[in-house]
Ligand binder design. Structure first.
Ligand code: ATR
Length: 280
């Protein structure tokens, strides 16, 4: 086939790159929007990553998602936007006038999912974020950008929360893990960014009964789909936003950058990915 008329393709670069849901998501959008394009999985070891990324177009790709363990290297090897720089990691690459650019779409994935699941969640003045790893940086950046007045950041290892607060400024307040209980009554938004509650991990022990009645609870964990934290919040009638919603919303921007159309997160797409996550 003539290279000129070859369909556009993007890929996911990881090591290992197995069992990612990204191909399912992007193939759904390509199919439903009638776009002739592709989305491949590329397992690239750390020692081959720089060569692969610096010659992404030669490898046949207009852009890429990047996952573990390459996200920090991807940032260093491209021209990152302020979001990727703030998070310290890039998960989406694309070409802009021949230049390899990068961003981090976890921030908008988190915020757009909250907007979709719990409109007016940003009326909260106080948010309580649990965890201070990479995912937490994206969450905290998004909350500050949206104008949340106080972001309380609780982490098992307090110095990590302090380091994050130092980076993001006076609106972020690091707190010890055992201070969570006393902060719950004023948390209009509670976000779990830790691995607690994930399949195979201990549950997150939080008394959702102490949250105010208007509180919104978000969990980044999506295996299982409904974590014990989300189940408890829903049983109390609180609004929730789950990790799968964030995963779907964070994929939107990459697709738009590579294929030129902004796709929708539809109930049909969610059902498709849910079915894949729950199959044995
Ligand atoms: P990610 O990039 O997904 O955020 P990470 O950087 O490994 O992953 O961060 C994992 C987060 O889960 C951290 O905040 C971690 O707390 P520490 O900084 O103290 O390690 C938190 N976490 C993991 N297991 C935990 C546990 N058993 N109790 C409390 N927090 C835990």
């Amino acid at each position: 086939m003539n290279a000129e008329i070859k369909a556009r393709a993007a890929c996911l670069i990881g090591w290992p790159a197995a069992h990612s849901r990204s191909p399912l998501i992007h193939h759904y959008w390509l199919r439903t929007l009638g776009i002739e394009g592709g989305y491949n999985i590329e397992a690239v070891p750390p020692e081959g990553f720089a060569e692969f990324v610096l010659h992404l177009s030669t490898h046949g790709f207009v852009g890429a998602n990047v996952t573990i363990p390459h996200k920090e290297r991807a940032l260093a090897l491209s021209m990152p936007d302020p979001r990727a720089r703030a998070v310290g990691a890039a998960n989406t690459l694309w070409y802009d006038a021949g230049e390899l650019r990068s961003t981090n779409t976890d921030i908008e994935g988190f915020i757009n999912n909250l907007d979709a699941c719990a409109p007016r969640w940003d009326a909260a003045t106080d948010a309580l974020v649990l965890g201070a790893g990479g995912a937490s940086r994206a969450v905290v950046f998004g909350l500050i950008e949206r104008g949340i007045e106080r972001v309380h950041l609780a982490n098992r290892t307090l110095p990590r929360a302090q380091a994050l607060a130092d980076q993001f400024g006076a609106n972020v307040h690091p707190v010890a893990w055992d201070a969570i209980g006393e902060l719950l009554p004023r948390a209009g938004l509670l976000v779990n960014t830790t691995s607690l509650g994930m399949h195979g991990q201990p549950p997150l022990q939080i008394d959702t009964g102490r949250l105010p009645p208007h509180a919104v609870v978000a969990d980044l964990v999506y295996v299982p789909l409904q974590t014990p934290l989300l189940a408890a919040a829903q049983a109390r009638g609180l609004r929730t936003a789950d990790g799968l919603g964030m995963l779907l919303h964070q994929a939107v921007r990459g697709f738009e950058l590579w294929f030129g159309q902004r796709p929708q997160v539809t109930p049909e797409l969610r059902a498709l990915v849910e079915a894949d996550l729950t199959k044995v």
